[in-house]
Ligand binder design. Sequence first.
Ligand code: SAM
Length: 217
Amino acid sequence: MNLLPRRYHRIKQVLEKRQPDLTVLTEDVHKPHNLSAIIRTCDAVGILDVHSINTTDEFPTFSQVSQGSDKWIFLHTHPDIKTAINYLKSQHFNIYAAHFTNKSVDYRDIDYTQPTAVLLGAEKWGVSEEAANLVDGHIIIPMLGMVQSLNVSVAAAVILFEAQRQRLARKMYDTSRLDARRYHKILFEWSYPDIATIHQNNGENYPFLGENGEIIH
Ligand code: SAM
């Protein structure tokens, strides 16, 4: 059964704004509502991939955290922080830890139009020393009140919307930034998730889609 054209064009519009070179890495952020809020913010900012590590037993299941946004975001889990950071470095990301140290800079001083990963630390302990030593820099949101830190999902939103502001100014949302192969693959999967699964199980390529999202056999 074909998708309604309006739904197809909405999916296409969202996918065309996704930023493959902007991502988040969460380190032991284990509360489902925090991870959920971060993922929802990522969707709003146009992030496609989120990376996560969790060394505690409390890693929430995907369904707990996603609140529906898992359909539009790819959550990649890594066994440990070093593996996650090495992976992002191999993909040419600059990695900035949202972290309070004497070498932290104001989060607005970063150029988020470059390939950027923002590392967010655990609710209680923050970013680990190991992670802090492996990243390219530390950023802070200035705190002028009585409390010393923001909720992790709030910090994520503040930083990511600055990234969005910079990318909007550079017109980075105006044309699709995904490579053609990934774009068409995701477009089919988001449009026809059940049919995509059948094709995957059969080891078949996806069919082509017409102008209004109709399947061309
Ligand atoms: N006691 C922890 C610490 O010293 O880092 C506080 C952790 S905070 C609740 C959780 C995470 O939110 C932090 O690791 C950091 O990534 C982010 N965060 C919260 N407030 C921030 C701020 N003002 N600037 C940068 N990052 C912040």
